[in-house]
Design a protein around this ligand. Structure first.
Ligand SMILES: [Zn+2]
Ligand SMILES: [Zn+2]
Ligand SMILES: [Zn+2]
Ligand SMILES: [Zn+2]
Ligand SMILES: [Zn+2]
Ligand SMILES: [Zn+2]
Length: 477
């Protein structure tokens, strides 16, 4: 179990504590909670406690409160057998052995074969079923569920099979044991608001957070698969946009996908010589490779790079009209402005992630050679910061699309432009210099630190805006 701290939300500057757990950790934890609560409530069956807890979304305090209030009502509402009042349903015990058969044998209530008593198992209800029938029964129960509600006696009475008992009956079947544990874990995760699976590709890490604010984005970094995601919506970490608005933005992108695909597919040539350009690095400062051209331009707006520093590429210029009166065509142009930038940073993020993986490999190869430890660390750090900046930039364009213009929005745009410039400079530096043998770590560290700083300034201003209500057009919390 690894403990982590993260800035809690895009709304506040609080720190949230969260834990990364393996499936083994979580099983131990489930068992511990069940034992503890069983003791408090004086209930024998830890499985009954597990089912009660899942009814209360694993809120122990709420369960104990309700239990002391009125236990009978509690069991009724949770649709679970009440061990304090419900008499054990003892209806038909096993049928008496028929004439002529061995009186020492017991008849199974499932398959009706006669076997010695030690080949049977029964719950408190004393309904005797032979062990092979039990296994088949449990197997069929497990086949149809993804999370253990309850497994009752095969004689259809009100007795519940305890987890420990079920696991003991399945002891020799590794596959079914695993399946039972998996189902126990799923039922814990599905009903527990403070626990979630890491959404990373086939990652089986669990995250448990110690407090959960509804509707607030919370950042989680999985150190197993290196995914950084939002606890609330399970998407890629999307600071500074809210979860709810991100859903809207992604829907908009799906609705407009025909238009945007056309535009993006048709703008891939050098604005000077019209040679087609293929992009394989993340940096958006482009230089045309065609002999004799060498035109430098911005991949996002296709403007010349030389006046890029003074002209804000990130701001959408409405020609004098106010945004309520934009025509459909202008509205589309406005949307495309933000969407292309959102898309461009996303593409850069992907390319730079690939690049960083290659570099990581190279660094390992060079370890024995000239690279010092500082240089290696500087490179890792630079890629890490670069990826954070790309991710932030990407989502600032969704944020900006919904934002109404005001003075604070202009401050935001300035911060965005600064971060964008710093990010392209770092990206270009990493692309150009990584093969060179000269000492680059000082410059690299400077550029990295500057990017990191710019990103923090932007995010802090966004957070301040949420709490001070600068932002109009964004969803309210
Ligand atoms: Zn049987
Ligand atoms: Zn029974
Ligand atoms: Zn993960
Ligand atoms: Zn979210
Ligand atoms: Zn060219
Ligand atoms: Zn540009």
């Amino acid at each position: 179990m690894r403990r982590h701290v993260s800035p809690m939300t895009i709304l506040t500057n609080e720190q949230a504590i969260y834990y990364l757990l393996s499936e083994k950790d979580i099983l131990k934890e489930i068992q511990k909670i069940n034992r503890d609560v069983s003791e408090i409530l004086g209930l024998q069956s830890t499985t009954l406690v597990r089912l009660l807890l899942s009814h209360f979304h694993w809120d122990q305090d709420l369960l104990t409160d309700r239990y002391w209030d009125d236990p009978d009502r509690l069991f009724l509402k949770a649709k679970l057998p009440n061990p304090n009042s419900s008499p054990i349903d003892l209806t038909p015990a096993s049928p008496a052995p028929s004439d002529g058969s061995d009186p020492n044998l017991v008849t199974c209530k499932t398959c009706y074969s006669d076997k010695p008593p030690n080949e049977f198992y029964s719950l408190a209800c004393n309904h005797k079923h032979c062990l092979p029938c039990w296994r088949l029964y449990l197997q069929s129960c497990l086949a149809n569920i993804t999370n253990v509600k309850k497994i009752s006696c095969p004689s259809n009475c009100n007795q519940i099979v305890d987890d420990e008992e079920a696991l003991r009956l399945l002891k020799h079947d590794e596959r079914l044991t695993k399946r039972y544990e998996q189902v126990m874990i799923n039922s814990y995760v599905d009903t527990n608001r403070l626990t979630k699976w890491c959404p990373g590709n086939s990652c089986s890490t669990l995250v448990r957070i110690n407090s959960h604010l509804t509707d607030c984005a919370q950042m989680i970094s999985c150190d197993v698969c290196k995914t950084t995601f939002c606890f609330h919506c399970s998407k890629q970490w999307h600071d500074p946009i809210q979860c709810s608005l991100l859903v809207k933005w992604e829907k908009k992108n799906r609705d407009e996908s025909m238009t945007s695909e056309w535009l993006i597919a048709n703008t891939k040539e050098c604005p000077n010589c019209h040679a087609s350009i293929e992009k394989n690095g993340g940096c958006n400062h482009m230089t045309c490779r065609k002999p004799g051209c060498a035109h430098e331009f911005c991949w996002i707006c296709f403007g010349p790079w030389k006046d890029h520093a003074t002209r804000q590429c990130n701001v959408f210029r409405e020609d004098g009209v106010n945004s309520n009166q934009l025509s459909a065509r202008e509205n589309l142009a406005r949307y495309m402005h933000y969407f292309t930038r959102y898309q461009a940073h996303n593409q850069s993020l992907e390319l730079e992630t690939n690049h960083s993986n290659q570099v990581e490999q190279r660094i390992q190869e060079m370890q024995a050679e000239s690279k010092t430890f500082t240089e290696q660390q500087a490179t890792y750090k630079a890629f890490d910061v670069l990826q954070q900046c790309r991710r932030t930039l990407k989502y600032t364009y969704a944020f900006a699309y919904y934002l109404y213009r005001n003075n604070q929005a202009e401050v935001f745009e300035q911060n965005q432009a600064d971060l964008e410039r710093a990010t392209e400079a770092l990206s270009g530096f990493l692309e150009a210099e990584i093969d060179a043998e000269k000492n680059i770590s000082i410059q690299l560290m400077d550029k990295t630190r500057y990017c990191d700083q710019r990103r923090k300034i932007l995010i802090d201003h966004c957070k301040e805006g949420y709490s001070e209500h600068y932002w109009a057009g964004l969803d309210a919390y």
